[in-house]
Design a binder for this molecule. Structure first.
Ligand code: SAM
Length: 237
């Protein structure tokens, strides 16, 4: 998650190529930072590992460990962006309320993340694997650590917390990784919640998820997902 302070609101955040996996948060941040003549950018993520990697790559930018659900900002930023994070935040209402609170009146936000789809997602496939006999004992009462909400539901929620929706688009996207092992590596990096339940068997779990998911996509190196891109504004006071 990034909070971007742009005194110059001519800045446009639309610099990702959605067809190329995986997106790099820090590269995007750095490109936006290059375009800023004044102001400040701050990136936050709840994962110390993610923040440390981002800080190493871009020592000139400000990153800090922080949870979106407890971030304390009030009318502090002109722009808020978030890429591929919000589907990991279970309390959807609170996170949009925090984003609104962080924005100055008139400020805007751009968020994109995985939304609902008729096709089973990679994460839904992982939840199915959890219920298989060889894994069920490890997962017990494990609850899905993600949400893939429908675009209309998100729009309603956002409006309910006092943000105006400027636009909402849904794209059906495909990322082809170079190889099956590249894809498995990428899946493993984002599957910390599942991995914590299967110490010593993390790779086997991920391999099984990827194998079952490949029956849905027809490939062992492809991620298919629907991406909601939502642009919002905090109304002037
Ligand atoms: C798929 S990664 C995306 C990272 C980055 N935004 C990017 O585009 O490369 C999802 C990130 O969401 C972060 N995350 C999940 N829940 C969060 C929360 N409540 N507050 C802040 N970060 C969170 C995770 O730590 C993880 O780094």
């Amino acid at each position: 998650m990034l909070l971007r302070v742009a005194r110059d609101d001519r800045i446009r955040v639309g610099v990702q190529d959605p067809t190329r996996p995986p997106h790099s948060l820090t590269r995007i941040t750095a490109r936006i930072a290059d375009r800023l003549t004044t102001g400040e950018i701050r990136g936050i993520d709840v994962s110390p590992r993610m923040i440390s990697a981002a800080q190493d790559r871009h020592p000139g930018l400000n990153f800090e460990v922080g949870d979106l659900l407890t971030m304390p900002y009030h009318a502090a930023f002109d722009v808020v962006t978030s890429f591929n994070v919000l589907h990991w935040v279970l309390d959807q209402r609170e996170v949009y309320a925090r984003i609104r609170a962080a924005l100055r009146p008139g400020g805007w936000a751009l968020v994109q993340f995985v939304c609902g789809s008729l096709r089973p997602s990679l994460e839904a496939t992982a939840m199915n694997v959890c219920r298989q006999p060889e894994w069920a004992a490890s997962f017990g009462d494990f609850e899905a650590p993600f949400v893939h909400p429908e675009a209309d539901d998100v729009t309603r929620l956002v409006q309910a917390v006092g943000l105006e929706v400027i636009s909402a688009t849904v794209d059906d996207l495909r990322w082809d990784f170079r190889s099956g092992s590249d894809f498995e590596r990428w899946v493993g990096a984002g599957f910390g919640d599942w991995a914590a339940r299967v110490p010593g068997r993390e790779a086997a779990f991920v391999a099984e998820v990827v194998s079952r998911y490949s029956e849905i996509t027809g490939s062992d190196r492809t991620l298919l997902f629907t991406q909601l891109r939502l642009r919002m504004r905090r109304p002037e006071a």
